[in-house]
Ligand binder design. Sequence first.
Ligand code: UGC
Ligand code: NI
Length: 168
Amino acid sequence: MIASPSYTVSLEPLSAEAFAPFGDVVSRPIGERRRYLPTMLNCADEAQSFSLWISGAAALGELPLRATTLERHPYSAQTFVPLGSARYLAVVCAATSDGDPDLPTLRGFIAGPDQIVTYARNVWHHPMTVLDAPMEFAVAMGVTGRQNDDVFFGLDATVTLIMPPATS
Ligand SMILES: NC(=O)N[C@@H](O)C(=O)O
Ligand code: NI
C-alpha cells in the first residue's frame, strides 16, 4: 500500500505581492472615501449575478491545523471582507494540468483584519479559517444561479498548516 504524501505549509504574512498569483489583497481605506474591490472584474459571462452574504467563521483554536479539503469557484472571483478584529488564513495552491490542486504549490498566509482578500476565479483555496476569535465576513462573488458555483476537493494527502518558527 502506498502511503499518501504529506505536506507541511509554513504560514507567512499576507502581502499583495506574495498573493498576486492567486488573487488580490486590499487594505481597508484609511483617509479615502472609497476603495473599490476587483471582485466582479473576474467573473465568467454566465456568473454576472452579484451575490453578497455574511459568513460566520468559528475560531480555529490553535495551529497546527490539518487541512482536509480545498475549494474553488469556476465562474467567479470571491472576496472576503473581515468584519471583526481577528487574524485569518488564506491558503491557496495552483492547479495541475487536469485541474486538481497541485499540492506541492500550497502557500499559506496569515491575514490581518485590515486586509481584504479576493481569490481569483478558479483558484484553489482552503475554506475560511479564522485565528484568535470567531469572526464574520462579508463575502462577494458572481453566481450563475445554477447552484454550480463551488467545487470541493477532499484531500487524500496529509496537509498540515503550521505557524512559522519564531524569528530570533
Ligand atoms: N471560500 C470559503 O471559505 N467559503 C466560501 O466559498 C463560501 O461559500 O462561504
Ligand atoms: Ni470560497
